[in-house]
Design a protein around this ligand. Structure first.
Ligand code: FAD
Length: 458
């Protein structure tokens, strides 16, 4: 298979390329954990394609502005880091905060990004009010979140209405998830959200922002989760009542913290930490009403941490982990599961079982949302064992009605695992979307929307 790079410097060049209908995987910062960019040829082998363009969007012109009070308008490959800086300089802030802040915001629409602040503010999908994209003919199309998809021209036919109604019905059991096993498809803007660039190229969007407010961070020192998870779970359950006051509830386990150089470690070795990001205006309320309910955690184990230091730690940990992995030749096998509140303890019991398999691992993530990243760090000879463990794991996740990939998407690496979560209702919708919005099958044709081709699950 031949993979050919093509960079776009002007929107007009991009339009011209789209009119040629050449099969293309567009990319922005290339931080996706589910597309193996350096080994793309290997990952695409046997998928029946001879040629693919890698469409580099990084050289397109960038723009940031406030379209109206609080609505941040982004054009081109603007990163989260730059957008946050821009907002802060205007006394505002963005509500989503992916750990990888060099990722692009418009790509975040394509992956339905979320992050630690989703506990308080929800995922990116909820903040996008307007999206412009280029369709298969290179034409600009605009979508508005205020318009329901059921009124969109695409769904006015008898067939379209029927497919959408069945799809929305099937989504009901996942209401409340950040990202279910399949995209939301409720509002017009959802046609681009979580679609991983398979229906068009997002070129401009509006994001609701909030007035910037100082926040404070509480660190809670905890035993290793494998040995005693009760204090962690007490925080999980009790924090749910304070969603209006807490912005994030995040876990970093003792394994993650062990990667840090000694001078950066916030705790002695052998402890987990859960940190709470608290709105300044709610700090006293949290101290008086949430903290006293944490009966399994001694008061001395709860302390305030400087916000900049906390942010710095969050950035450092993935970097150190990936550096050590590269050195050891480890290919991380990550998980991205979110489960309903009532299944969270069960999810942790699966991870505890993983921890006994003799393979290196770590656990961190969006604890308050019941959404964690358990990462196996296998040596080459342990990779197959890991893959088998994960196959069994996803069967269990399906049986407890969890969402297997709540944040990082499907890409190329998770397609085998997602397939059992899809029924003919979703596959029908995928087929319908591809036929109508990508009739030449030019947008990332190896992506999950084409799982509908040749697969007929019940
Ligand atoms: C250390 C680390 C931490 C991470 N933490 C988080 C996190 O907290 N939350 C989270 O959500 N993700 C996280 N991610 C995953 C990743 O950063 C996100 O998926 C991010 O949105 C990808 O952005 P990107 O610019 O790198 O996109 P790319 O990797 O370049 O592309 C990702 C996908 O989006 C499509 N795409 C890109 N741009 C466009 C466009 N303009 N129009 C249409 N399709 C497009 C591509 O075709 C591809 O399918 C993390 C990744 C790493 C490595």
């Amino acid at each position: 298979m031949k993979i050919q790079l093509k960079a776009f410097r002007k929107k007009e060049d991009l339009k011209k390329h789209l009119k040629s209908h050449a099969e293309t995987l567009f990319y922005a910062s290339g931080t996706s954990t589910v597309i193996p960019y350096p080994n793309l040829g290997k990952a695409l082998k046997g998928k029946g394609f001879e040629h693919l363009y890698m469409g580099d969007l990084n050289a397109l012109p960038q723009k940031m502005d406030f379209a109206r009070e609080g609505a941040l308008e982004i054009e081109g490959p603007v990163t989260w880091k730059d957008a946050r800086g821009f907002c802060l300089s205007h006394g505002r802030n963005i509500m989503v905060s992916p750990t990888e802040e060099l990722a692009c915001m418009l790509a975040g629409i394509a992956t339905s990004a979320s992050g630690e602040r989703s506990f308080g503010f929800g995922s990116l999908r909820e903040h996008v009010t307007e999206i412009e994209y280029l369709n298969f003919e290179g034409k600009e199309q605009t979508l508005y979140s205020k318009n329901l998809l059921i009124n969109h021209p695409l769904f006015q036919s008898e067939e379209g209405k029927k497919i959408l109604e069945a799809y929305q019905d099937s989504y009901k059991k996942y209401d409340g998830f950040k990202n279910a096993p399949f995209p939301r498809l409720e509002k017009e803007t959802d046609l681009m959200v979580g679609m991983e660039g398979q229906l068009g190229v997002v070129t401009r969007a509006h994001f609701e922002t909030i007035k910037d407010e100082t926040t404070r961070f509480l660190f809670i020192k905890l035993p290793k989760w494998e040995e005693d998870v009760k204090p962690h779970l007490e925080i999980f359950y009790n924090a749910q009542n304070f969603r209006d006051h807490l912005i994030s509830v995040e876990l970093l386990d003792h394994n993650c913290l062990s990667y840090l150089p000694d001078e950066e470690k916030p705790l002695p070795a052998g402890y987990d930490v859960i940190f709470l990001e608290v709105k300044l205006s709610s700090f006293d309320l949290i101290i008086e009403n949430l903290i006293p309910t944490l009966t399994l955690t001694p008061d001395d184990n709860i302390f305030e941490m400087n916000g900049d230091k906390c942010h710095h730690l969050r950035m450092l940990i993935p970097r150190f982990i990936s550096e050590v992995n590269q050195r050891r030749g480890v290919k991380k096998k990550g998980t991205d599961v979110q489960v309903p509140k009532e299944s969270f303890e069960t999810l942790i019991s699966y991870y505890r079982d993983f921890s006994t398999k003799g393979i290196s691992y770590n656990l961190f993530g969006h604890f308050g949302d019941g959404h964690l990243h358990f990462n196996f760090l296998p040596l080459a000879e342990e990779e197959e064992k890991c893959q088998n463990l994960l196959t069994e794991f996803y069967k269990k996740i399906k049986s407890i009605h969890g969402s297997p990939f709540a944040e990082h998407g499907i890409g190329l690496l998770k397609q085998d695992f997602i397939a059992p979560f899809l029924t003919k209702v979703q596959l029908e919708m995928y087929r319908y979307l591809k036929e109508n919005l990508d009739p030449k099958n030019q947008f990332f044709p190896q992506g999950f929307l084409n799982l509908s081709r040749g697969k007929k699950n019940d």
